[in-house]
Write a protein that binds this ligand. Structure first.
Ligand SMILES: Nc1ncnc2c1ncn2[C@@H]1O[C@H](COP(=O)(O)OP(=O)(O)OP(=O)(O)O)[C@@H](O)[C@H]1O
Ligand SMILES: [Mg+2]
Length: 299
């Protein structure tokens, strides 16, 4: 076999190092200021599905209601440190995260203290960047999902500033699109005024009821308005999904065969496929730019 010259050896070493380096976590805020649309249910079950696929995942419960924490089996007394301590800088993220019953899924729990976070942070000039700063150091996750409260408040803005993208659950009901334009406007304002490049990860239709004409009509309308932004996967209304949190379990642990659990597995696979496509597109664009540069230099 031909000997490799020193430059080839150096390149091989470099590419091996790059291959070994874990990709930075993709941070996704799950947001919709409308209440009860399935944000927390999606956060818990999408995280679980991503972990089941083999990804290392962290769920940040940024809602003072703490439903994601309870739904994963963490009552108030099992949360010595919470997202409040992280946002206010009282503790480091890695001290406050806890392993869950789902292998490869950790939780940064919420606490009621988050209700007072606006007052606590009011005087801080960098109050919108607290969560981003706390997660600036390397943490061993492939995905970090943030369950936001039903409001476009300081907590949701912190989540948006820390995140790469926003995933929006929309409930299949008559006023599904109500409030969405406000959410999209907020995302645009965040990008225009802060140091962010937020994108829409996707819109997921939740609580879809195939027996209900209205549900199908709403889904068709939303797709007509928002096109490719909407995931092909829809989450059906499913009683097992709604029962699971009262047992402190994700639906996938409570009943992995139920239609809701299966839909969240499909959603996780679709999210990963989309991300790959997006990365391929970026890579191709970069290669084309490089080729154009070489062409310009050599002509
Ligand atoms: N696919 C589903 N099938 C049946 N029930 C569901 C489904 N998804 C969510 N629910 C139920 O709908 C209610 C609202 O869901 P969830 O708490 O996830 O919404 P949310 O947007 O997080 O609410 P909030 O705005 O208060 O934080 C809950 O009782 C939940 O169990
Ligand atoms: Mg919620």
């Amino acid at each position: 076999m031909a000997e490799r010259n020193p430059k080839q050896q150096a390149n091989q070493q470099k590419s091996q190092q790059t291959a070994k380096a874990a990709p930075a976590p993709r941070i996704i805020a799950i947001a919709n200021q409308k209440g009860g649309v399935g944000k927390t249910t999606t956060a818990i079950n999408l995280c679980t599905a991503l972990a089941a696929i083999g990804k290392q995942v962290l769920l940040i419960d940024l809602d003072p209601q703490g439903n994601a924490s309870t739904g994963l089996g963490f009552p108030l007394e099992a949360r010595p440190l919470s997202a409040f301590d992280i946002v206010t800088g009282a503790a480091e993220a890695k001290q406050a995260v806890q392993p869950t019953d789902v292998p490869q899924l950790d939780l940064l729990p919420s606490s009621m203290d988050l209700l007072g976070v606006e007052t606590t942070l009011a005087q801080k000039p960098d109050r919108l960047y607290c969560l981003r700063t706390a997660f600036g150091t390397e943490l061993p996750y492939r995905y970090i999902l943030i369950d936001c409260p039903p409001s476009l408040n300081l907590l949701t803005l912190n989540a948006m500033v820390a995140a790469h993208s926003v995933l929006v659950p929309l409930q299949c009901e008559f006023f599904a699109l109500e409030g969405l334009s406000q959410l999209l406007k907020t995302i645009k304002e965040v990008n225009d005024t802060l140091d962010t490049n937020l994108t829409i990860e996707g819109i997921v239709l939740t609580m879809f009821d195939p027996r209900n004409n209205l549900s199908a009509q709403v889904a068709a309308d939303v797709r007509a308005h928002l096109g490719d932004m909407v995931y092909k996967t829809m989450i059906p209304r499913n009683v097992r999904v709604s029962e699971a949190p009262s047992f402190g379990k994700p639906a996938l642990l409570y009943d992995h065969k139920c239609a809701g659990s299966q839909a969240y597995m499909h959603l996780a696979a679709e999210l990963i496929r989309r991300e790959r496509k997006m990365l391929d597109k970026k890579q191709n664009k970069k290669q084309n730019t490089n080729m154009n540069h070489v062409h310009n230099v050599t002509k």
